[in-house]
Design a protein around this ligand. Structure first.
Ligand code: SF4
Ligand code: SF4
Length: 486
């Protein structure tokens, strides 16, 4: 391991949008423990960061807060220090350990695969990242490739007792015949080898018919519907190939789907053309979706497209967070089911106290098969010639995958000066993958946004845990969820 020159903890103040009080927090970087502080303890930790001597500190505490408070703060901090909190040093992996980890990732088994059934789409979403690689004009995946992909995931799954196949695109339902063949063949293989086979799909819903709805129901697909909000917003961003809006088609089919399936999740993509998140979320909830997920058009290190959210739009979106915080707590107060909680993942993550070395399963669980059988790290890479990791007929090329991971890990050097290093674990690999095969660092404004998000997440974690413990436990999936530190 190597020692970083980072301070052992990150201190920050958070202005509670619900009460307008100011809360003081400390995040212990090495252990990922979080703690709400009172003003004297915050003062002590802040002065320590400035290198103030113990004598000066004690004098300051006693004169500002009184001798009794000074003693209590000291005892509490000493108790925490004995448990290794606030001590540092912050350690991270050295080059050899990273290389060993990369070799481990390259050899890891996986029971998941994503089939890009169609490098084609009946829509022409204006912000579509796939268009940038011209991957919507390539056609459909032939059965021979799909079959090899299934054989590959069974071969890579080792002793796993289940297999998960994701249908992706483009629009996967353009290739329904192959989708049905995949189900039939994978069920047959699953039965023969004693493995359960499950399916997931992301679809624009415009081609959902009764037969497909029945299959989704029968196999209990993990399902993500792509819709962007009210008709004017949706149609503007998601026209059909013939130029007409796609809202009516999608909405009609989703309503039919909702008759046979209680819980339907929508993922809406936010572009810079409509930043009215409150209107979009309200519409999607009223439409009947049981969960609303939202992603942003982010662009990549190569730059922003005309529809991406840049630093200016990010400021607008951050200003809406207060509205969504109030809305969330009002819904909890009324005992309503929570359908949109953008902090759910960050709260779980803070609770887990796990330091992340990889943020996703690129090249493993996220491995994506293009229509020609080429293997990509994840669906976002389809059509990017510099990121082909192998072929379904021969599997992942370990040397190529190793080089890819080395490139990605080189971007994580930026993280060695960042207090969020253990929480964030580095940027989305796709985002930092330049089209030319290089791996530049993520941009500063994005990292600032991530750190801001984690600070808000720590406040949300603390507030939910204290005010709505039942919902908090449901969120973190922990029956005995206890505060990390008091
Ligand atoms: S915020 Fe940026 S610098 Fe910090 S850990 Fe994440 S990717 Fe690295
Ligand atoms: S590379 Fe980025 S987009 Fe792809 S799976 Fe990982 S986090 Fe998601």
């Amino acid at each position: 391991m190597k020692k970083l020159t980072l301070a052992p903890y990150h201190l920050f103040q958070y202005h509670d949008p619900l009460t307008t009080d100011t809360h003081f927090y400390v995040f212990d970087i090495e252990s990922s423990a979080v703690m709400r502080l009172d003003a004297p303890a915050y003062d002590v930790l802040a002065l320590r960061l400035e290198g103030v001597t113990t004598e000066t500190l004690e004098a300051h505490l006693a004169s500002t807060y009184g001798v009794d408070t000074a003693r209590a703060v000291h005892e509490e901090l000493r108790w925490l220090e004995k448990r290794g909190i606030f001590q540092g040093p912050i350690m991270t992996y050295d080059a050899d350990e990273n290389e060993a980890y990369i070799q481990k990732l390259v050899r890891m088994s996986t029971n998941k695969i994503e089939l890009y059934l169609a490098e084609a789409c009946n829509l022409r979403c204006r912000y579509c990242y796939v268009n940038a690689h011209d991957a919507l004009n390539h056609g459909l995946m032939p059965w021979e490739i799909a079959k090899q992909a299934i054989d590959l995931v069974f071969a890579r799954a080792g002793n796993a007792d289940s297999i998960n196949i994701t249908f992706f695109g483009g629009e996967p339902l353009l290739n329904k015949p192959v989708l049905k063949q995949v189900i039939a063949y994978s069920q047959e293989l699953g039965q023969a080898r004693g493995k359960r086979v499950g399916y997931s799909m992301t679809t624009n819903a415009t081609l959902l018919d009764d037969e497909m709805i029945a299959l989704i129901k029968y196999y209990n697909f993990g399902l993500m519907i792509s819709m962007d909000g009210p008709q004017d917003v949706h149609d503007r961003m998601r026209p059909q190939a013939n130029g007409q809006g796609s809202f009516e088609l999608a909405a009609r089919n989703v309503k039919r789907l909702m008759q046979s399936r209680r819980s339907v999740t929508v993922r809406c993509t936010l572009s810079n053309r409509c930043l009215d998140r409150p209107r979009i979320v309200q519409f999607l909830e009223d439409f009947g979706f049981s969960r609303v997920a939202m992603s942003r058009c982010t662009g990549t290190v190569d730059g922003l497209s005309p529809y991406d959210i840049g630093p200016e739009e990010n400021v607008t979106l951050q200003a809406q967070d207060g509205y969504f915080i109030e809305r969330l707590f009002e819904q909890l107060e009324r005992g309503e089911r929570i359908k949109y909680n953008p902090w759910a993942n960050v709260v779980r993550h803070i609770h887990d106290m796990q330091s992340r070395r990889m943020r996703c399963g690129v090249g493993r669980g996220c491995t994506t098969v293009g229509i020609d059988g080429r293997l990509y790290p994840c669906h976002r890479y389809v059509g990017m010639d510099n990121y082909v990791l192998g072929h379904v007929s021969t599997g992942i090329d370990r040397a190529v995958f190793t080089d890819y991971l080395r490139g990605y890990f080189s971007t994580k050097r930026k993280c060695e000066t960042c207090w969020a290093i253990n929480l964030c674990g580095g940027y989305c690999p796709w985002y930092v993958s330049g089209a030319d095969g290089s791996f530049p660092y993520p941009e500063d404004w994005w990292c600032d946004h991530i750190r801001h998000w984690y600070e808000m997440g720590i406040w949300m974690y603390d507030t939910l845990r204290n005010t709505y413990p039942d919902y908090f436990k449901q969120l973190v999936g922990d029956e005995d969820a206890e505060p990390i530190l008091r």
